[in-house]
Design a protein around this ligand. Structure first.
Ligand code: SF4
Length: 359
């Protein structure tokens, strides 16, 4: 007891979580630019003797974050362009994102919404904004699924989550309520009976999509938290971001996917990292990602195969990287066709500045 979330470079330094050769003043500039938070569970998981520790790499700031490449974008997947009312992103006809909150229990250094989340981010919906977001959903019969994301919706209290799920339960055409979260891994004790109950939308199917990137994240506590959700009748799927220096290794990815399946979590998406500002040190090329996914195929059960997916920069939707809609050109760039037929060019990692759309 007594351990608390570390929220600044100085606190990380005091906890001896910074590399010995790091210049703390430089790193403090990163902390001023992007939010920092490391929960006790994640601080305990970091191997302080390993300078390449994949858990530390996800949460401990790096001076490389101060370098923003020309092609990197504050809103890389185009949330704002598809936001008809505050808190709603309506990109595809049958589903919406409901972004009730823009804080997280941890701040991932590669976050695609890093310009929106954190204490200086877009904040939490006011009661009036939440009313308007729910009215938007209620007024559109084509909305079959509501995806609560943000931010991490599971930072909300059970009381506030219950209020949202009850309001969604009352909308007949909404059939599925999905929560995107890192909480079962980074703050597993938050997933108690009250929280689990609050996620259950009466008469609907509840899904929880767990974001985890390395098999070590699935500690005994994290596995127990997931079991509490699943035993209550919640279906779980996984989301993983493919990250250089964290999981860009077929054995690590295979171990992670197997751990999901062993814990009754269906591997869903392996995301190619987005063009978020100051994250180029995490990005592989699409060709490298393809090679890794190819290596996994055949080596592990079909149950363990996620879909390798790219969010087309600019908000044009997702595309499976291994589909014919993604073609490599002779110039090293990829030609990508979105689900509406628009064509886009995706650059190799070092050339993010040449990104442009041909819509
Ligand atoms: S939990 Fe999700 S939204 Fe929050 S910092 Fe990590 S990637 Fe971003």
């Amino acid at each position: 007891m007594g351990a608390r979330t570390l929220r600044s470079v100085a606190e990380l330094d005091d906890a001896q979580l910074l590399a010995p050769d790091v210049e703390v003043n430089d790193l403090a500039r990163v902390g001023e630019r992007y939010a920092v938070a490391v929960t006790p569970a994640m601080a305990a998981l970091i191997d302080r003797n390993d300078p390449s520790d994949p858990i530390a790499r996800q949460f401990i700031p790096d001076v490389a974050e101060l370098e923003t490449l020309p092609g990197e974008q504050a809103d890389p997947i185009g949330d704002l362009a598809h936001s008809p009312v505050t808190g709603i992103v309506h990109r595809y006809p049958d589903r919406v994102l409901l972004k009730a909150v823009h804080v997280c229990p941890v701040y991932c250094r590669f976050c695609f919404r890093r310009e929106m989340v954190g204490p200086a981010g877009l904040g939490t919906l006011t009661p009036e904004e939440l009313d308007r977001a729910i009215e938007y959903i209620a007024g559109r019969s084509e909305i079959w699924e509501v995806i609560l994301t943000g931010g991490d919706p599971l930072v909300l209290s059970a009381r506030r989550l219950r209020e949202i799920t009850q309001r969604l339960s009352a909308i007949g055409h909404v059939r599925v309520v999905r929560f995107h979260t890192r909480v079962p891994v980074v703050d597993p004790y938050k997933v108690d009976a009250g929280l689990v109950d609050a996620l259950m939308a009466s008469g609907k199917t509840t899904y929880v999509a767990l974001h985890a990137n390395h098999p070590r994240e699935l500690t005994a506590d994290a596995r127990a938290a997931c079991a509490r959700l699943i035993d209550a009748g919640i279906a779980m799927i996984s989301q993983t971001v493919l990250l250089k220096g964290v999981n860009d290794d077929a054995d690590v990815l295979a171990a992670l996917m197997r751990a999901f399946v062993e814990n009754r979590i269906r591997p869903y998406y392996l995301h190619h990292p987005d063009l978020a500002p100051g994250t180029s040190h995490f990005r592989l090329g699409l060709d490298e990602g393809r090679a890794l996914v190819d290596q996994m195929r055949g080596r592990i059960s079909g149950l363990c195969q996620p879909t390798y997916i790219l969010d087309i920069p600019g908000g044009y939707g997702k595309v499976p990287v291994l589909s014919p809609a993604v073609r490599e050109g002779d110039d090293g760039c990829f030609r990508i066709r979105d689900y509406r037929g628009g064509e886009h060019i995706y650059p190799p990692p070092a050339e993010s500045s040449v990104l442009n759309d041909k819509d």
